[in-house]
Ligand binder design. Structure first.
Ligand SMILES: Cc1ncc(COP(=O)(O)O)c(C=O)c1O
Length: 409
């Protein structure tokens, strides 16, 4: 036993020594503003969640989740392709398609499952995937699982993307790929299978991709554009539909787990792509449908975020996020190019970042230190995320504590 686990122990020891060992902390959510954190006696202001609209405990979502549970039970009983597709799930997918402005939509179990399953279904060994270097880990996992040539370009740089695509195509014509791998006749690259993959809102930086330029470039090159709208869904768009739509992306993927306050993910696409995924997407075909209560909550969330009230809440949240980022910069911190409620306070040094996070916790402010490998080496950061339930006095406490932490840690 000891022997077979030796390399796990070594990994954990090394991570501990480098200050990179992660562990689970128990949290009790009190509201969207506050939570209890294990080891801290008082309620903490929660600046760590993705619950941007503060609706994860909204009475409408809870009611609808309970209603669907009462109607259908706690489990969907089978995979969607067997007997786990209830009429209500299909109606919900039609509403999602309409909201996103696509012909069709498909619900999957989570964002991670959607990205790994869909990318590995739409790309194969004859494909090439071009991906932003700061894309979410699940997009990278899906790209690698597909067996496609996986080419990453510098964050946000369409010039870098164009250059990498050009080099790739030159090498391909020379029958050798850019890492020296020789293409055999049956794995020859198929030019119709180029996919460009990008987050719309980058999860650890809070900046937004230049989506329209990406879309124009993809069109020019005959590539498919796959956008991950996880952090934009609920938060951007006239009715909270996000930033990816049928005018810019061939496939828009997004999650219900963040601003939408639920669980699960969607892919919005053409009817053909949906049919194809129903047949070919492993993380759709070979898994049980989500629990009915999860679909119920999604149904309520989609209705809620489209109301005038939530259009106003979205606008106010984006305004106060921009103001907070500016105030944090005013304290001398680097907040990157954040344009969303995700505000990175980039510290660089991992140990200092952890010390600052601990200092904030001592002031009952919960803002987690994000360390490599989640972010690049030497770019450890506090990931502050603002939500619609935070009050101005909460923000002032955060700023005061950050100012002190900057001096003391
Ligand atoms: C950009 C992005 N895509 C996908 C995911 C995965 O979504 P989920 O949490 O629903 O699995 C995340 C969440 O962490 C994300 O930030």
């Amino acid at each position: 036993m000891q022997n077979s686990e030796g390399h796990f122990i070594k990994y954990l020891d090394d991570a501990e020594t480098a200050g990179l060992k992660r562990g689970l902390r128990s949290i009790y959510p009190l509201s969207a503003r506050e939570c209890m954190v294990d080891g801290v006696d008082d309620a903490c202001l929660d600046f760590s969640s993705n619950n941007y609209l503060g609706i994860a405990d909204h009475p409408r979502l809870k009611e609808e989740s309970i209603k669907w549970t009462n109607l259908f039970g706690t489990g969907s009983r089978a995979s969607r392709l067997v007997s786990g597709t209830f009429a209500e799930y299909l109606d919900l997918e039609e509403r999602i398609a309409e909201w996103k402005g696509y012909e069709a939509a498909l619900i999957l179990g989570s964002g991670y499952m959607a990205n790994t399953g869909v990318l590995s279904a739409i790309a194969d060994r004859k494909s090439a995937i071009f991906a932003d270097k700061l894309n979410h880990a699940s997009l990278n996992a899906g790209s690698m699982l597909s067996g496609a040539k996986f080419i990453r370009y510098e964050h946000g740089s369409i010039d870098a993307l164009a250059k990498k695509m050009q080099i790739f195509n030159e090498n391909r014509l020379a029958k050798t790929s850019d890492n020296g791998y020789r293409l055999s006749p049956d794995s020859a690259f198929d030019a119709s299978k180029m996919v460009i993959v990008s987050d719309t809102v980058f999860s650890m930086d809070g900046d937004v991709a230049d989506i329209e330029t990406l879309a124009k470039f993809a069109k020019e090159k005959g590539a498919m554009l796959y956008l991950d709208d996880a952090h934009a869904t609920g938060l951007f768009g006239e009715r909270g539909e996000g930033l990816a739509h049928c005018g810019n992306a061939n496939i828009a993927m997004g999650t219900f787990s963040k601003a939408m306050g639920c669980y699960g993910a969607y892919v919005a696409c053409s009817k053909t792509v949906r049919d194809y995924l129903v047949n070919r997407c492993g993380s759709f075909v070979y898994t049980t449908a989500m629990a009915p209560g999860a679909y119920g909550a999604i149904s309520a969330a989609i209705e809620l975020v489209q109301t005038d009230e939530y259009c106003e809440i979205r606008k106010n949240l984006l305004d106060s996020s921009a103001k907070l980022a500016e105030e944090i910069r005013g304290l001398g911190f680097d907040t990157g190019n954040s344009a969303t409620p995700i505000i990175p306070v980039i510290i660089g040094d991992t140990e200092r970042c952890v010390r600052i996070s601990q200092y904030l916790l001592s002031r009952n402010i919960f803002a987690v230190a994000i360390r490599p490998p989640t972010v690049p080496t030497n770019s450890a950061r506090l990931r502050i995320s603002l939500n619609a339930a935070h009050r101005r006095e909460d923000i002032e406490l955060l700023l005061e504590a950050l100012e002190e932490a900057g001096r003391l840690c």
